[in-house]
Design a protein around this ligand. Structure first.
Ligand SMILES: C[S@@+](CC[C@H](N)C(=O)[O-])C[C@H]1O[C@@H](n2cnc3c(N)ncnc32)[C@H](O)[C@@H]1O
Length: 372
C-alpha cells in the first residue's frame, strides 16, 4: 500500500470515528469515504446495522455503482440496511396489537415483496415454523439469498422465490400461510385486486390467520407534500399516467423509472378484501378532536406554495403544472368540506373516515377471515 493510499484511509477512518453513524447519512461524506476506503466503509456499515459481510459488500458496491449521482443515496442505504431493525420493531409492535403474546410462534409466515429477506429473518427469530418470501426483482432476490445464506433457521424453514405475486400458476404451487405480510408492495402492482385475491387465497382457514397490509396513504398531508418514494409534492394524488408525465418532467434522480401504479385509501383496500369475504381492521384506531383538525389544516397549508416553488425550480410546463395544481386543490377542498361537516355534526362515521383517510402516513390493515 502506497503512502498516499495509507494516509487517505487513515483520514477516512478518523472521519468515521469523529462523525460516527451520521457520516453514513450524508451523501457527500458517504461517497468520499467509499472512494477513500471502500472496505473501511463497508466495515462501518456492518457495525452500524449488524449485517453480514457478503450482503453488505454486495449492496454497498451496487448502490454506489447505480446511484452515485443520486442525492437520495444514503436514504436508500438506510432504507435497505435498516430493514432488519425495522422488521424486528414492526413484528414486536404488531404482536402488541393481538391478544396472544407471539402471533408468529409456530406459524407459517409469508412475506410478499421480500426485498433483502429482512422480515424473513425476523419471523425466524420469533419462532416461525416457516418463513417464505416472494420477490419479483432478480437482483433483490439474489441479495436476499446472500442475506439468508448460512442462517440456521432453528426449526424454521427459510425459503425465498424469485416470482411475481400476480402469477396465478405460481400461487397455486404454494401451501397456505397463517401470517401474510405485504408491506409497501401493493402500490407497485398493476392489478391490486388480483394481488388481494391471491393474498386471500393463500390465507389459512385457521381463526388466528391474518394478513398485514401496509401501504403509503395518498391522502395524508405528509405524502401530499412529498411523495414517499420520490419526495415530489402533489405526485401522490395523480392518476398513473399523469403522475408518470409529472415525474419525468421533474428530472428524476438517475433516470429511475416511475414505479408506482396506483394508490388507494384504507377504504379502497378494505373494499377489495371485503369482496373476497375477508374482514379488515386498522392496526391503530383513534378519535379526532377539534384541535387535531386545526393542527392538520396548519400542516397541509403550505402545499400550494411548496408545489409552486417545486414547479418553478423544475421548470414544469404551465399546462402540466395546472393539471397537478387542480388535483391538489381538489384534495384540499374535499378535506376542508369533510372537516367542516365533522365540526358541525360530530358524526362518528366522519370521525372514523377522517382518521383513516387523512391522518396515518401509512394505511395499515389487519385482515382476517373472522371479525376479531
Ligand atoms: C418498496 S419495496 C418493499 C420491500 C419490503 N416489503 C419492505 O417493506 O421493506 C417493494 C418490494 O416488492 C417487490 N415487488 C414489487 N412487485 C412485486 C410483485 N408483483 N411480486 C413480488 N414482489 C414484488 C419489489 O421488487 C420490492 O422488493
Amino acid at each position: 500500500m502506497g503512502l498516499h493510499t495509507a494516509l487517505t484511509r487513515l483520514r477516512s477512518q478518523v472521519l468515521l470515528w469523529l462523525k460516527g453513524p451520521s457520516a453514513l447519512k450524508n451523501p457527500v461524506v458517504f461517497l468520499a469515504l467509499y472512494d477513500a476506503d471502500p472496505e473501511g466503509l463497508i466495515e462501518a456499515v456492518m457495525r452500524l446495522y449488524g449485517s453480514n459481510r457478503d450482503y453488505t459488500s454486495h449492496y454497498v458496491h451496487q448502490l454506489v455503482r447505480h446511484h452515485r449521482a443520486n442525492p437520495l443515496i444514503t436514504l436508500y442505504l438506510e432504507s435497505e440496511m435498516g430493514g432488519l431493525g425495522r422488521a424486528r420493531q414492526f413484528l414486536d409492535a404488531l404482536a402488541g396489537s393481538f391478544d396472544r403474546p407471539n402471533p408468529f410462534r409456530g406459524k407459517r409466515c409469508l412475506d410478499v415483496g421480500a426485498n433483502a429477506g429482512q422480515t424473513l429473518l425476523a419471523f425466524c427469530e420469533r419462532g416461525a415454523r416457516a418463513a417464505v418470501g416472494v420477490e419479483i426483482d432478480q437482483a433483490r432476490y439474489e441479495t436476499a439469498r446472500m442475506n439468508l445464506d448460512g442462517v440456521r433457521g432453528e426449526g424454521c424453514q427459510l425459503e425465498v422465490y424469485n416470482n411475481d405475486i400476480l402469477n396465478g400458476g405460481f400461487i397455486r404451487t404454494l401451501s397456505t400461510f397463517d401470517v401474510i405480510f405485504c408491506l409497501d408492495v401493493i402500490e407497485h402492482v398493476q392489478n391490486p385486486r388480483l394481488l388481494v385475491h391471491h393474498l386471500s387465497s393463500l390465507l389459512a382457514k385457521e381463526p388466528e390467520g391474518f394478513i398485514y397490509l401496509k401501504v403509503g396513504n395518498p391522502f395524508c398531508y405528509k405524502n401530499v407534500l412529498a411523495e414517499p418514494h420520490y419526495q415530489i409534492p402533489g405526485l401522490v394524488l395523480l392518476p398513473h399516467e399523469l403522475a408518470k408525465v409529472y415525474y419525468e418532467a421533474s428530472c428524476p434522480h438517475d433516470g429511475l423509472n416511475y414505479s408506482v401504479e396506483a394508490w388507494h385509501s384504507f377504504f379502497g383496500y378494505e373494499g377489495m378484501f371485503r369482496d373476497e369475504g375477508l374482514q379488515c381492521r386498522p392496526l391503530y384506531d383513534c378519535h379526532i378532536y377539534q384541535k387535531d383538525l386545526d393542527r392538520y389544516l396548519r400542516l397541509v397549508e403550505p402545499i400550494l406554495v411548496k408545489l409552486s416553488a417545486f414547479c418553478e425550480s423544475k421548470q414544469i410546463a404551465p399546462g402540466l403544472r395546472h393539471e397537478v395544481e387542480a388535483h391538489v386543490r381538489g384534495y384540499l377542498a374535499e378535506l376542508v368540506a369533510v372537516f367542516d361537516r365533522y365540526r358541525a355534526t360530530g358524526d362518528p362515521a366522519l370521525d372514523r373516515l377522517i382518521w383513516l383517510k387523512y391522518f396515518p402516513v401509512d394505511s395499515e390493515l389487519i385482515v382476517s377471515r373472522h371479525s376479531e
